[in-house]
Ligand binder design. Structure first.
Ligand SMILES: Cc1cc2nc3c(=O)[nH]c(=O)nc-3n(C[C@H](O)[C@H](O)[C@H](O)COP(=O)(O)O)c2cc1C
Length: 174
């Protein structure tokens, strides 16, 4: 299946060409986020698309990964909108599913992106800079652009390490 191949070929891209991303592509990416699953189908996410370099610079100053944000033509801040929420863990998981959909769509469109979470240490500052309502909680910033680097050193643990083998487990995975 093409999707499974895409999942395995996606990687975080942290260096981007200066080429801009069209609004149509951004819409297509957000449309895949919109179709993510969520508990009770409550869709508790909100997005802010950041292109303005002055705002990007202010956001960049809130993370160790400032170079990635400065270099990306577009950043998308993903928020959990508590007014749509019903269960914190499930709502946050839903936001994660929306972010992963976006990253897969980004890859599928020939673009690159990275999920930035370290910036959550300065969550309130980012929320202040972007002037979001008090009910919005920052989940991540996704930096996007046309890739200017190739993946290197990507690894994953083997399935055998990820499958817990107690008396209920099956042993066909090595
Ligand atoms: C919740 C979360 C937070 C992350 N935060 C950062 C971050 O702050 N900076 C960064 O460069 N990458 C960040 N990443 C990207 C991971 O480092 C990356 O997904 C992981 O190393 C696997 O590499 P891959 O995406 O190329 O497969 C984050 C990923 C996730 C899921």
């Amino acid at each position: 299946m093409e999707l499974n191949k895409n999942i395995k070929e996606r990687f975080s891209v942290r260096k981007f060409k200066s080429t801009d991303i069209s609004d149509e592509l951004i819409k297509e990416i957000l449309d895949t986020a919109r179709w993510a699953p969520s508990g009770l189908n409550n869709q508790p996410w909100k997005f802010i698309i950041i292109r303005d370099s002055a705002i990007k610079e202010q956001i960049a100053q809130q993370t160790h990964y400032s170079a990635i944000i400065r270099n990306a033509p577009v950043c998308i801040a993903v928020f959990y909108d508590k007014t749509a929420g019903y269960n914190y863990v499930k709502d946050v998981q839903g936001c994660g599913a929306a972010i992963q959909n976006m990253l897969l769509a980004v890859h599928n469109l020939g673009l690159g992106g990275v999920w930035l979470g370290e910036i959550l240490n300065k969550r309130s500052e980012v929320e202040r800079i972007l002037e979001v309502p008090a009910d919005f909680e920052l989940m991540a910033v996704v930096a996007l652009g046309y890739p200017d680097e190739e993946p290197k050193g990507r690894t994953r643990k083997p399935l055998s390490e990820l499958t817990y083998l107690n008396k209920y487990g099956v042993k066909w995975l090595e």
